[in-house]
Write a protein that binds this ligand. Structure first.
Ligand code: SAH
Length: 235
């Protein structure tokens, strides 16, 4: 597999590019990159280019890039997820999976039963995981992580055409019934914390147009619920 490097400022003409410090360090120390190696660059906003390494010293890796092209590997539907994120190590696994799946946006939710919300430094670590996930999966768009939002605000603000709340209950419907919406629609899905949504949160969501979906007869952890729901809409 061609190694991919993240260059936020990829020039439209291509040309000589020095990899950013962290990417240079990784290329030199971990990947043992050499002059003449073929690499791929991407800017996280859809552009990708082929490049060849032209110079390597102790700290810098320089390459010659072709003009980047827009290569879209995003799912047809934009999937936005509001998630009461689990603890940092589990949140990392979750965000890695959601990056591979092509999820467009994640809003970390402070639910009524959220015990401790994510810190800025844990969100920064998640942004690194997203870059790694894009390298690994060939995705050219970074998954966006929005601002941590209280559940009540989230339910009132989210404005997608289709809005779903995953809730453990007898009477939710299958998310499969929402599959035949327009190809390019935006879908929002909300996943609650380990303690589940409170009745107040659930009622507020329904009042704001969220349909209650049931994922089966078992109760899943946040990651399982998120990945199984996401995977339905991203093919
Ligand atoms: N203790 C809680 C379970 C929380 S599981 C309870 O019994 O309600 C964490 C979140 O995953 C839930 O808030 C919900 O959003 C989602 N989830 C887990 N299993 C689910 C299922 N079978 N159907 C729908 N949503 C589910």
């Amino acid at each position: 597999m061609t190694r991919r490097y993240f260059i936020p400022e990829l020039q439209s003409t291509g040309g000589t590019i020095t990899l950013p410090d962290a990417e240079s360090q990784h290329a030199i120390r971990v990947m043992r990159i050499k002059v003449g190696d073929a690499i791929e660059l991407f800017n996280g906003k859809g552009l990708q280019s082929d490049a060849v390494v032209t110079q390597v010293d102790r700290n810098h890796c320089i390459c010659e890039s072709q003009a980047p092209q827009l290569i879209d590997r995003e799912p047809a539907k934009k999937v936005r997820m509001g998630i009461a994120l689990p603890k940092p190590d589990r949140a990392k696994e979750l965000i890695e999976r959601l990056t591979e799946l092509g999820i467009h946006h994640v809003t970390p939710i402070m639910a009524e039963r959220t015990q401790r919300g994510p810190t800025e430094s844990s969100l920064d670590k998640l942004r690194k995981v997203i870059i790694e996930g894009c390298k690994q999966s060939g995705r050219n768009h970074l998954l966006e992580i929005g601002r941590t939002t209280k559940s009540h605000d989230y339910f009132q603000q989210e404005s997608s055409q289709t809005k779903l709340i995953a809730h453990v209950s007898e009477n939710g419907i299958s998310p499969l019934s929402f599959l035949n919406g327009p190809e390019s629609e935006t879908i929002s899905v909300a996943i609650g914390p380990e303690g589940g949504w409170t009745e107040t949160e659930y009622e507020l969501a329904v009042k704001n147009g969220f349909a209650s979906v049931n994922l089966g007869k078992r109760i899943y952890r946040i990651e399982t619920a998120s990945v199984s729901l996401a995977s339905i809409f991203v093919t």
